[in-house]
Write a protein that binds this ligand. Structure first.
Ligand SMILES: [Zn+2]
Ligand SMILES: [Zn+2]
Length: 368
């Protein structure tokens, strides 16, 4: 690993005053905070192409896919971020660890082909977070202090998208319910009848072919796929060609989940969807013993960066995340529950029940 002088890093200087330009989500342009100069970025999407997964996973790999990139690794949590500009201090999006004069090293990573630039700016994400916190009466009161500006990080997270064509053959048994009349004797010796459900099993088989388009798998293992999915969907039709200038003012995480491991996750999701579809074809009233065999073909992938506002916080030594989709503003979070508030609620509810009980006793008319 080779350390790099920070003055050799790429900068986006203002053509007006030479200060650093930052990407402004509101105007979708680079902006200078000092002289107000705006620089537009060409928003074409012609370079976003699906690449062959087979070639990428071959022994030689796809030589065109990888680039050399400056990366900083968080000393506390190990999360890796792309370095695009001079950064006197660096704060980790996932654990809030701050370093002065962070060190970057060169590494080869698969180049993102597309990016969705931030649309929700910091101010908006703080408003969304505060509103969401306000809704949860169960949350402890002191949680509000986490809704500070500095606890929120605008981060482009790495994603893989996968396409595949699938060809499946399935076999199984479809069950048809029918009813028979059963005679019974009750305890008095009388004959009674009742309807009883039976199932006729019919062997069935078939084929099921489908295509999957842009199955989205999170590439950073700091978050779980479930957490990623909680702020889906992203409007992928708004992807534009990757341009490092969109990252200016934000951080960007490097994938820890390889293109192959991401595909394994995607294939599990496809397998489940295919199984569910085959079950639907096999089922009459019910089904059993459904076996599916699938071949996956023409798999392709893309590597893209998507915008997220991330807040990671520890509350009473437990880690919580909340995420805001940087494109749509959709929020997800896990919120701690205040024990005091729960106990208080239980007591109040008990008092109400007791009061209602006594009131109803008093209103009961006296028996003559
Ligand atoms: Zn300027
Ligand atoms: Zn960290």
């Amino acid at each position: 690993m080779e350390n790099v002088q920070k003055d050799s890093l790429l900068l986006f200087p203002c053509p007006g005053c030479n200060a650093q330009l930052y990407f402004n989500p509101e105007h979708q342009k680079l902006e200078c905070k000092y002289c107000g100069t705006q620089v537009a970025i060409d928003q074409a999407s012609n370079q976003i192409r699906e690449k062959s997964l087979k070639q990428q996973l071959s022994v030689t790999g796809d030589p065109d896919a990888a680039i050399e990139q400056l990366v900083h690794k968080c000393e506390r949590c190990g999360s890796e971020s792309v370095f695009i500009s001079e950064t006197p201090t660096f704060t980790c999006s996932f654990c809030n660890f701050e370093v002065v004069n962070p060190v970057a090293y060169k590494t080869r990573i698969i180049q993102p082909s597309g990016i969705i630039p931030f649309k929700v700016d910091k101010e908006q994400s703080v408003t969304i977070f505060k509103k969401w916190l306000g809704k949860g009466w169960w949350a402890p009161g002191d949680l509000k202090e986490f809704a500070r500006q500095d606890a929120l990080h605008g981060t482009y997270l790495p994603f893989w998208t996968y396409d595949a064509q699938t060809f499946s053959e399935w076999t199984g048994e479809g069950g048809r319910h029918y009813y028979v009349t059963v005679e019974e004797r009750d305890s008095n010796g009388n004959t009674t009848t009742r309807q009883e459900q039976r199932t006729e099993w019919i062997y069935r088989s078939g084929t099921y072919n489908t295509t999957f388009d842009d199955l989205l798998i999170g590439g950073a293992d700091e978050l779980t796929q479930k957490e990623y999915e909680s702020i889906f969907p992203f409007q992928l039709e708004e992807l534009v060609n990757f341009d490092a200038r969109y990252l200016s003012g934000f951080s960007a995480d490097v994938y820890d989940i390889s293109v192959a491991d991401g595909y394994a996750k995607a294939e599990k999701i496809m397998e489940q969807e295919i199984y569910d579809a085959c079950v639907d074809e096999c089922r009459i009233d019910t089904y059993r013993n459904v076996q599916v065999s699938t071949s996956y073909e023409n798999q392709t992938y893309k590597h893209i960066l998507l915008p997220l506002w991330v807040c990671s916080y520890k509350y009473k030594s437990k880690q919580y995340h909340f995420l805001v989709n940087g494109q749509t503003g959709k929020i997800y979070g896990s919120k701690p529950v205040s024990t005091a508030k729960v106990v208080l609620t239980v007591i109040v509810v008990l008092i109400i029940i007791i009061v209602i009980y006594f009131l109803s006793q008093q209103q009961t008319p006296q028996q003559p």
